[in-house]
Design a protein around this ligand. Sequence first.
Ligand code: 13P
Length: 256
Amino acid sequence: MRHPLVIGNWKLNGSKKFIDTFIAGLCHNLYGIEGCKVVIAPPMVYLDQAKKAMYNSTLLLGAQNVDMHHLGAFTGEISVSMLKDIGVKYVIIGHSERRSLHLEDDQVVAKKFFALKNTDLIPVLCIGETAAEKMAGKTKTICARQIDVILQLHGANVFQNTVIAYEPIWAIGTGCAATSEQIQTIHKFIRDHIAQKDSKVADQLIIQYGGSVTKNNAAEIFSQPDIDGVLVGSSSLRLDSFIEIIKLISTRKHKI
Ligand code: 13P
């Protein structure tokens, strides 16, 4: 089912103290707020602690990555079943920082996507173009390529109950978010692209935007019909900003 979704991607930030303080504050401030699912994706080492801190709340746990393998000699990796064991629900894959800094290509991301689809964990597939690709007018080609690797291998049905996060790389951490019109154009393109194979799957697909989302631009971004939520980096580390973003989005729940 399509529903508004806000995910806080904490990247390489946080500490034991930060997790407990932040999640307690979030639970307190979001009590009674409905209409929007809220996910926190802390660093792996804090997943279990974060899950315990969320106890008795509607917050959901996300992971920032997963390995494509299920078990064995893969030093430093974490498997789908381990994430499930801890209580993770959403898993970010294909983030541009992993694609560029850890050399994860479309094939690797497709394998991770499929590993998650064998369980009830929800992949959050990140796609998006660089500044140079945008300048060259290649945004749609790049987004289509990143989706097609999965579409061609597994068909449209694997996008049932999944999330795609459109995160233009030039907007991440720059303070320069895409405009709501730019985002809407690409989100509609993504939905139409999948609808060519299966319109029912495309209709229920949650498409989030990520890249310099703040409390000042969240409402405007979320005003467009194909923008189902936001994947937030730095603003998800500031409690007041993150609460404000969630409140702005949950009050617009009528849209979907
Ligand atoms: P910022 O919100 O810091 O730009 O990060 C976006 C992001 O990469 C979320 O995954």
